[in-house]
Every structure is written in structure tokens, then in C-alpha cells.
Design a protein around this ligand. Structure first.
Ligand code: LRH
Ligand code: MN
Ligand code: MN
Length: 424
């Protein structure tokens, strides 16, 4: 299925009057609204190839129908999202869940949908059917050198796929760790892992980045070898200037101050990018902004402050990715919601009166500081996000048009009801 420009234009025309009314109000409230809209037009968030099907839990999976059966169909799905919001112009592949057997054809197909390839992800947290050695006791940390080599080789293979697709970064997430005290020697596990990462790093093309993703727990529940931002930063610093820390919002211990982590990583020039999602209990991978929109705003507030201080290019210098996937929503609608929530948090952060905030901070006027932040957070920026979509050629309300055009029903007709996407 493809969404034609004329459908989008018709839908926007039908909704233009109501939109204009809201936009007029927002622009009268928000001083720098024009600059915000321009930033939003440039903003792109990569869609993970593993989020296009209904996610499972370890207790079951309830596919919703019309799920993509191949990498080609996943690209088609991201193409639909991008046509609707013009903000999802990249796909992040997980290998071997999605192996591009004919890289040229895949690249061309993506280009037809206006899509680029974002970070490629390696997978040494599962054993594949054709795999010689098991990762049961870890991959890069493993006490067995042959297993470590197998994991290194896999990562190098993933880089090769990425090069063919025109990607320019590798995300390494390791499930390595231990479930019981005494199971492993922390120092040796760290050193083995560092050595493996160094070999992978050496295989990176010069213009590539390596993202070292940390996670506090799961599947290992006593220790994790890349367990927090301190450990990730340690690896990234030892590896070199192409290595960065990747922050997945769901990978922290409860109540962690993620915005402070973001601020300090930015200060050190070591923030690589994000996996956006939301959670209440652990790595829940729920829709971004669904539970803690204020936290999402505070993260963006630090991002805007830090990126301005370092003169960074918002669109190019960081990897923006979603990592969400679950059981009950239509995955495409869910991704549209995530993108919108992220753009709202970004717009709100861009509207913060930074000068006033700095003055209030210097005067230790805590009440005023809170007021300035919450004023921005409580300002309705939905019309600015809609306007950015409109100007970029997307729909004023992407989910509205998705339902209007009966996209899911059409996908079910095309692909059938009993389809299960590869991935989680
Ligand atoms: C691990 C993780 C990591 C994986 C993805 C499937 O929890 O966040 O990014 O690649 O999930
Ligand atoms: Mn992740
Ligand atoms: Mn995760």
C-alpha cells in the first residue's frame, strides 16, 4: 500500500481551518514559534525494524494482522509512517532478524520511500539456528576465546551489511552479565568485553560511530557487563572518539535522573543517541511519553541546553531512534504516537526561556526556575508539530489519516491476517 500525495492534501484541506485557529493561538503564546517549527521540519527519528510487528511477552504474542512478512514489507511500513508524518525518514535494522540479502535492491526500495538506514544493530544475545557456539554465558565477556571471536566476527559482519546499505553507525547492546554472585569475575568480564569492542571498533569505517548501549538488568539479574552509563562511558572513552554512549530510556534503575545523565554525557561529547520509549517498571518498551511526558520534556530540555552550548547540529549530531514494541496497540499507530510525543517534548524544550532560566538559576530563585520549565511543559505545542508536518508534506494528524484511509485494513487485505513479523 502507498499513500498518495493527493490523499494527504485532501485530508489537510479538510482540516486546515481548525488547524489554523489552533496555530494562531499557539504562535501568539509562543514567542519563537516560527524557529521551533523550522527545527521540527528538520527533525527525523529512526524507526526500529523490530517494532513493526506486535511485540510479545514471554507469556504470549497476539499479532494484529497485516504485519510485515519480510524486510521489504518492513521498509514499506516505515515508508507509510514517513508519508504520514515526514519525520520517520530512517530505519534501524537488527541483524540477523533482518538480513538484507540483496543490499542494492533494499537500498533502492528504501530510497523510493525517502528512507535512509540508521544505526545497524548486532545480536549476540540469542543463539541462531546455524550458530556454532552458544552465548548462554555471554558473548564478548565469555571465558571462552572462541565464543568471543564468534561475537566479534558477527559484529564485523553487521558493519559490512551497514556499509552496503549506507548506514554510518553500529549499536552494540550486550546482554552479557551474570545471574548469581560469584558466577563471573567482574574485572575479567570487563576486560574481555573491552578487548572485543576494540576489535569491532577497529573494523569501523572512518566516518562511522559506535554506540555502546547500556542496560541495568535483564536478561541477567545479578550483574550486567555494560550495566549503566558509567560503564558505557568507560568503554566509549577507552575505545576512542568514534565510540559513544547510547541512552535507552527504559534501561535505568527506578527513579534514575536520566536528564542529568544526558547533560553530563553531552558535556563530555560522548552522548551518541537515544532509544526512546517509556516505562513504569523496567524495560517496558511502551510508547514514548505515554507515562512520563514531563521526564521526556526534561531530557529534551537538557538536550537543547547542551546542544546549544556545544554548537551541535540537532538533526545530524545525535542518533534519534525509537525502541518500543508491545502487545496491545497497532504497531504503526503506536509509532506515530511515539514520534509525535518526542516532537512535542522537543518543541516544548525549544520554547523554554533560557535567558530567564539562567537569571533565575543565578539568583537561586527556585520557584521561578520551576515556573519557567513548567510553563513551557504546560504550553500546548500540538499545533506547531502539526504545522511542521504540513509544511514537510505530511498529514496534519497522521493517526487521523491512518484511520481515515483504513491503512491497517488494507495491509490485512494485502498480507493476510495471520502474519508475524520477525523480531522480538
Ligand atoms: C535491549 C534493547 C536493545 C536491543 C533491543 C531489541 O533491551 O533495548 O536495544 O537491540 O532491545
Ligand atoms: Mn534499546
Ligand atoms: Mn531495551
Amino acid at each position: 500500500m502507498q499513500i498518495s500525495k493527493s490523499f494527504i492534501e485532501q485530508y489537510n484541506d479538510d482540516n486546515l481551518k481548525a488547524h489554523q485557529r489552533k496555530l494562531d493561538f499557539s504562535t501568539s503564546e509562543i514567542e519563537n514559534s516560527e524557529a521551533i517549527i523550522k527545527q521540527l521540519v528538520d527533525f527525523q527519528i529512526a524507526i526500529p525494524s523490530w517494532a513493526l510487528g506486535t511485540g510479545g511477552t514471554r507469556f504470549g504474542r497476539f499479532p494484529g494482522g497485516g504485519e510485515p512478512r519480510s524486510l521489504e514489507e518492513k521498509i514499506e511500513d516505515v515508508g507509510l509512517l514517513h508519508a504520514l508524518n515526514q519525520a520517520s525518514g530512517a530505519i534501524s535494522l537488527h541483524i540477523p532478524w533482518d538480513i538484507p540479502t540483496d543490499a542494492n535492491a533494499i537500498r533502492n526500495l528504501a530510497a523510493q520511500h525517502g528512507l535512509k538506514f540508521d544505526a545497524v544493530n548486532s545480536n549476540t544475545f540469542q543463539d541462531q539456528a546455524d550458530q556454532a557456539l552458544s552465548y548462554k554465558f555471554g558473548s564478548l565477556q565469555n571465558v571462552n576465546k572462541a565464543i568471543r571471536k564468534q561475537a566479534v566476527d558477527h559484529n564485523i559482519e553487521v558493519i559490512k551489511h551497514g556499509i552496503e546499505l549506507g548506514s554510518d553507525s553500529l549499536t552494540v547492546w550486550l546482554s552479557d552479565g551474570s545471574c548469581f554472585p560469584g558466577q563471573l569475575n567482574f574485572r575479567k568480564a570487563f576486560q574481555n568485553t573491552l578487548e572485543g569492542l576494540q576489535e569491532i571498533y577497529a573494523a569501523l569505517p572512518s566516518n562511522w560511530k559506535m554506540f555502546v548501549e547500556y542496560k541495568c538488568a535483564e536478561p541477567n539479574f545479578y550483574s550486567t557487563t555494560v550495566g549503566d552509563w558509567g560503564q558505557s562511558l568507560l568503554y566509549a572513552s577507552k575505545l576512542g572518539e568514534k565510540a559513544y554512549t547510547l541512552v535507552d530510556l527504559g534501561h535505568h534503575l527506578p527513579n534514575a535522573n536520566i536528564e542529568q545523565i544526558v547533560s553530563l554525557l553531552l558535556m563530555e561529547g560522548k552522548l551518541g543517541g537515544f532509544h526512546f520509549n517509556d516505562s513504569k517498571y523496567g524495560d517496558d518498551d511502551l510508547t514514548a511519553g505515554a507515562l512520563k511526558p514531563y521526564q521526556l520534556f526534561l531530557i529534551f530540555n537538557e538536550l537543547v541546553e547542551g546542544m546549544n552550548a556545544r554548537n551541535m547540529n540537532h538533526a545530524k549530531d545525535l542518533g534519534w531512534m525509537i525502541d518500543a514494541s508491545h502487545n496491545v496497540k497497532d504497531p504503526l499507530e503506536d509509532l506515530l504516537q511515539s514520534v509525535e510525543a518526542i516532537m512535542m517534548a522537543y518543541a516544548q524544550a525549544l520554547s523554554v526561556d533560557r535567558q530567564a532560566l539562567e537569571i533565575a538559576q543565578n539568583e537561586n530563585d527556585t520557584v521561578r526556575c520551576q515556573e519557567i520549565l513548567q510553563n513551557a511543559f504546560r504550553t500546548d505545542v500540538r499545533a506547531l508539530v502539526a504545522e511542521a508536518s504540513l509544511r514537510a508534506g505530511g498529514a496534519l494528524n497522521p493517526i487521523g489519516l491512518f484511520r481515515n484511509l483504513k491503512v491497517r485494513e488494507n495491509l490485512i487485505k494485502e498480507r493476510g491476517f495471520k502474519t508475524i513479523a520477525t523480531g522480538l
